[in-house]
Design a protein around this ligand. Structure first.
Ligand code: NAD
Length: 340
């Protein structure tokens, strides 16, 4: 019995069966994080070249080792399958996954919305969670609400760090105020090398002046490296198109033009270049203007601050799903549940 199996057999209520779509930086971090949890087991993982599925739980260490040495979890014997349509083939091969974390690049900008459509078409029912970043991508997903409802899917969107943890913190901070004047999110990310998070870095480049999602997507690895060489590995981002704005607007907290997001990403040093924080300024019912600040601990990594909330929202989504509540919800509307 592998450790995952032992974990699920010890559990009184069955563990939530999780699939991780995309097995790059965040996907692998997600698998590592769940290895320490009792309430969730990873039963499926997929990357661009293949997928692996095991009803009793995948050995996540082996999945990571195979992915790193051979480039795909599809090589994992005997549970791996090599295919260029890994998501489609995985969905068609099993219904026995309660929820998927979409740790996929959103390149092009409608990639994840199209994955959601594949799930709708497939007849699978369950919970989907993303850590998607762009406003326009979240808007595409929000527009799919009725189709998701009809399909019996509970979709939790914008459930990473920003959007995600920080947007939810802003929604809580807003409660002290009668009117919200400004929500200012500033993130600091430090990673040892950009190759560990290629999609994240490419998507961030897409926010820089003179770049778009499409130009960033089309860049070769050598071109990304050449750009990073020019900036000493640091990307400085301002006024980003980040879905925290639409999420706070949809939650009725403030108009989107009051929300700003920017940050600094150091791709050559795991130390954060600045402390990630959200500042929420507003007026209380007594007429006082004040600012609440929520700052993440500098020792917490991007992976911890994205994957933790993503599974917290997956657990919350599962509870909604069990109650027959389908459709789409954002991180600003629902409280994440702590996964033990
Ligand atoms: P990555 O580049 O490290 O890995 C991407 C993975 O997706 C790889 O395993 C790749 O094989 C797989 N993949 C690509 N195309 C696929 C396909 N068609 N079918 C199946 N698998 C496919 O990515 P990452 O840096 O871990 O980022 C993942 C996502 O997380 C990005 O969209 C990024 O924007 C998002 N993100 C969100 C936050 C947040 O706070 N909300 C923070 C960081 C990253």
């Amino acid at each position: 019995m592998n450790p995952e199996q032992a974990k699920s057999s010890l559990n009184i209520s069955p563990a939530i069966r999780v699939g991780v779509l995309g097995f790059g930086g965040l996907g692998q971090a997600a698998a590592k994080l769940l290895a320490g949890k009792q309430e969730m087991i990873v039963v499926a993982a997929a990357d661009q070249k293949g997928y692996a599925y095991a009803a009793e739980g995948l050995n996540t260490k082996e999945c990571i080792a195979i992915y790193q040495s051979q480039g795909s979890v599809g090589y994992l014997e005997p549970v791996g399958n090599l295919t260029n349509h890994s998501i489609q083939d995985l969905i068609e091969s099993t219904q026995a996954v309660d929820g998927y974390f979409l740790a996929l690049p959103n390149l092009p900008n409608d990639f994840i919305p199209n994955v959601a459509k594949q799930f709708i078409k497939s007849g699978w029912r369950g919970v989907l969670v993303d850590a998607i970043k762009r406003t326009t991508a979240v808007e595409q997903l929000l527009a799919m609400k009725e189709e998701l409802q009809a399909a019996g899917i509970t979709y939790m969107t914008g459930c990473g760090a920003t959007p995600g943890l920080l947007t939810a913190a802003a929604a809580i901070a807003a409660q002290s105020y009668a009117e919200i004047h400004q929500v200012e999110i500033t993130f600091g990310v430090g990673i040892a090398n950009w190759e560990a998070y290629r999609a994240t870095v490419r998507e961030d480049i897409g926010h820089m002046p003179g770049y778009t999602v499409e130009t960033a997507r089309a860049m070769t690895d050598a071109e990304v490296e050449a750009l990073l060489d020019k900036t000493n590995g640091v990307l400085t981002l301002e006024n980003m198109e980040h879905a925290d704005d639409v999420m706070l607007e949809v939650a009725g907290i403030c108009d989107r033009d009051r929300v700003t997001v920017g940050g600094v990403v150091d791709t050559r040093n795991p130390k954060k270049p600045l402390s990630t924080n959200v500042k929420v300024t507003g007026r209380t019912f007594e007429g006082k203007i004040s600012t609440h600040t929520f700052t993440l601990g500098d020792e917490t990594s991007m992976a911890a601050n994205v994957c933790g909330p993503a599974f917290g929202y997956l657990k919350a989504g599962k509870q909604l799903h069990q109650r027959g509540i389908y459709g789409i919800f954002t991180a600003a509307e629902i409280m994440p549940q702590f996964v033990r």
